[in-house]
Design a protein around this ligand. Structure first.
Ligand code: G16
Length: 542
C-alpha cells in the first residue's frame, strides 16, 4: 500500500535546485526565499502525514517573521495550536534534505516508523504573510498537500497567531472559539470592550496608542481592531504595509536597536507599540521630555502580567500556582524583580517559544515571555474550571467576586496557543487601564540593567554549541573562559553567545550596571566570537 500511495509525489517542478542543507530551526525553516520551493513542497507532504498521524487538522504558516523581505520560511503547527513536536522537527529536516530520488522511500519510512494509517483523511490549514515570495511558496506547499490527497483550508493573508488560533478552534470543534478570522476578531474585541466598560480612560491611563505594524501582515489585523475598538482604544497606525517589511521598524528592530522605528512621530510620553512581520511579538516604547528613548520589552510585559495575575489571585482568594518562564536574554533587573519583589517562581529555558510554552505548562497559570516580546499566558484546564466555579460562588465578599470575574474574563482575551502581538497588546492595555497607569508608571516597577545585542557573522554558526539554557558556551573550546574573563571586569556583568536559529549569524548579548560600559562589554565578547569562532566579513562594531 505505502509505496503505491506515494507514487504521485514525484514532481519535477519541485525538485531540489541546490544542495544547501537546511534545518528546522528556532521557528521552522527560514532562509533566502529563492531556495525554499522544494522545502515548501515537501512540508506540504509532511503536513498531510502529520495530520493523519494525529487524526486532526495541522497548520502550515509561510513566513519569515522578523527577517527582512528577501527571506521566507515555513513552520508546522500541531493540533492544539502549539509548535511542531520536537521529534518531528528532525523528521522534517531529514525530509527537506533528501535527494529527489529518495523522496518516496523517505515518506514510506516516515509512515511506517510513525505507524500512520494512510486511509485516515488529512486536513491542512494554511496561511501566509505579505512577502512577495509567499504566493509562489504557497503554491509549492499546496502542490505537496494535494499530491497526498489532503484537504486544504487556505486562509490567505493571516498573522501567525491567527493561524494557530484557527487550528485549535478547528480541532476543538469551536470550543476555543469560532475557527475563522471573524471569530478571532470578535472574540478578542468583545471581551476587551466588556472588561473595559464605559470608562475608556482611567487615572493616568489615556486610551491613545501609536502602533508600528512593521509593514507586515499584522497591519491588516491591526486595522480590524482599529475599526472595531474605535472610541474605546484609539489606535494610530504607522508602517501599515506601504513601506519595506521590517526595515527600520517592527518589534525586532526596536528591541535590538533600542530606537524609534521609522515614521513614528516622536511625541513626548505617548505610549507606542511595535509588532513584528507576522505579529507574534510585541514591545512597547516611548520618548520622554528629554527626547530619551525608553523600551518596555517582553520582560516588562511579563512582569506587568505576573503582578496583575498575582494580585487577582490573592484578592479572589484562589490558591493557584503562578509561574513565569524566561530565556537567557531576560534582563537581570526583571529576573531579580520577579523573584525578590513579586516572589513568583521563575524558570529559564533555551530560546524559542516552543521551549517556553512547554515549561509554562507545568504551572496552573504559566506566563512566558522572551525579552524580544514573544509570549503569552497559558492555563491548565483545571485552573480555568476552578476560576469559573469560584466566580460563581455566591458566598464571596464583593472584592473577591470582582477579582474572580476579572480573572475569568481576561482568559478570553489571551491567545493561549502561542505569543500573539495583538492579543498581548490588548492584555497590556487592559492591565494599564485597570491600574490607571501611564507608561511612565509602568516603567517605574524596576530598573533594567543597560544591555546590548550584537550579531557576528561566522563561517559556520553551528560550531558554537551551548548548555545551561544557552548561558554557557561549550564550543569552540576556550571561548567561554575568555568570555568569563571579560565579564568579570564589569559590575553586574553578564554575557552569552549562541547561534541564531532564524538568521545566519551568532547572537551576542551583554548587560552590566554601567550604561557607558555595556557597549565595550558587548564588543569585547563579539570580537572574541569573531576571532575564535571563524568570523567572516568585516569585524563586528557597534
Ligand atoms: C522566532 C522564535 C522566537 C525567537 C526568535 C529569534 O521569532 O519564534 O522564539 O526568539 O525567532 O530566534 P533566534 O535567536 O534563534 O534567531 P520570530 O518572531 O522571528 O518568529
Amino acid at each position: 500500500m505505502e509505496q503505491s500511495y506515494f507514487r504521485d509525489v514525484v514532481n519535477a517542478e519541485y525538485n531540489r535546485k541546490h544542495d544547501e542543507r537546511i534545518e528546522y530551526g528556532t521557528a521552522g525553516f527560514r532562509t533566502k526565499s529563492d531556495i525554499l520551493e522544494h522545502v515548501l513542497y515537501r512540508m506540504g507532504l509532511l503536513a498531510v502525514l502529520r495530520s493523519k498521524a494525529k487524526r486532526a487538522a495541522i497548520g502550515l504558516m509561510i513566513t519569515a517573521s522578523h527577517n527582512l523581505e528577501p527571506d521566507n520560511g515555513i513552520k508546522l503547527v500541531d493540533p492544539a495550536g502549539e509548535m511542531l513536536e520536537a521529534s518531528w522537527e528532525t523528521i522534517a529536516t531529514n525530509l527537506a534534505n533528501v535527494q529527489d530520488n529518495e523522496l518516496i522511500s523517505r515518506l514510506t519510512h516516515i509512515s511506517t516508523n510513525e505507524n500512520i494509517d494512510l486511509l485516515v483523511p488529512a486536513t491542512v490549514i494554511i496561511g501566509r504573510d505579505t512577502r512577495r515570495s509567499s504566493p509562489i511558496l504557497l503554491n509549492a506547499a499546496l502542490a505537496g498537500i494535494r499530491a497526498l490527497y489532503g484537504n486544504v483550508t487556505d486562509l490567505g493573508l493571516i498573522t501567525t497567531p491567527q493561524l494557530h488560533y484557527v487550528v485549535v478552534c478547528t480541532n476543538t470543534n469551536g470550543a476555543y472559539g469560532n475557527p475563522t478570522l471573524q471569530g478571532y476578531y470578535s472574540k478578542l474585541a468583545a471581551v476587551f470592550k466588556s472588561i473595559r466598560g464605559a470608562e475608556t480612560n482611567n487615572g493616568m491611563y489615556m486610551n491613545v496608542l501609536q502602533l508600528d505594524a512593521a509593514n507586515g501582515v499584522g497591519a491588516i489585523a491591526a486595522k480590524e481592531f482599529q475599526r472595531s475598538l474605535e472610541g474605546v482604544l484609539n489606535i494610530r497606525l504607522f508602517n501599515d504595509g506601504s513601506g519595506n517589511l521590517n526595515h527600520m521598524c517592527g518589534a525586532d528592530y526596536v528591541k535590538v536597536q533600542q530606537a524609534l522605528p521609522l515614521n513614528i512621530p516622536s511625541e513626548t510620553n505617548v505610549r507606542c507599540v511595535s509588532i513584528d512581520g507576522d505579529a507574534d511579538r510585541v514591545v512597547y516604547f516611548y520618548i520622554d521630555r528629554a527626547n530619551k528613548f525608553h523600551l518596555l520589552d517582553g520582560d516588562r510585559i511579563a512582569t506587568l502580567v505576573a503582578a496583575y495575575f498575582k494580585e487577582l489571585l490573592e484578592t479572589s482568594g484562589l490558591a493557584l500556582q503562578l509561574g513565569l518562564v524566561q530565556t537567557a536574554y531576560a534582563n537581570g533587573g526583571s529576573t531579580n524583580y520577579i523573584s525578590n519583589v513579586l516572589r513568583v517562581p521563575v524558570a529559564c529555558v533555551p530560546t524559542g517559544v516552543k521551549h517556553l510554552h512547554k515549561k509554562a505548562l507545568e504551572f496552573d497559570i504559566g506566563i512566558y515571555f522572551e525579552a524580544n516580546g514573544h509570549g503569552t499566558v497559558i492555563f491548565k484546564d483545571i485552573a480555568k474550571e476552578t476560576i469559573k466555579n469560584h466566580a460563581k460562588n455566591e458566598t464571596l465578599l464583593a472584592a473577591q467576586r470582582v477579582a474572580s470575574a476579572k480573572l475569568r474574563d481576561v482568559i478570553d482575551l489571551i491567545n493561549e496557543t502561542v505569543g500573539d502581538a495583538l492579543s498581548d497588546m490588548l492584555l497590556v492595555e487592559t492591565i494599564l487601564h485597570a491600574k490607571g497607569w501611564n507608561v511612565i508608571e509602568w516603567e517605574r516597577s524596576y530598573n533594567d540593567l543597560p544591555n546590548k545585542q550584537l550579531k557576528v557573522r561566522v563561517k559556520d554558526r553551528n560550531l558554537i554549541t551551548t548548555t545551561n539554557a544557552e548561558r554557557h558556551c561549550l564550543t569552540p573550546v576556550g571561548l567561554q573562559e575568555e568570555i568569563d574573563k571579560i565579564v568579570s571586569k564589569y559590575s553586574r556583568g553578564r554575557s552569552f553567545v549562541r547561534p541564531s536559529g532564524t538568521e545566519d549569524i551568532v547572537r551576542v548579548y551583554a548587560e552590566c550596571e554601567n550604561s557607558s560600559d555595556v557597549g565595550k562589554l558587548a564588543m569585547g565578547v563579539a570580537s572574541l566570537v569573531y576571532r575564535l569562532a571563524g568570523g567572516v566579513g568585516p569585524e563586528p562594531n557597534l
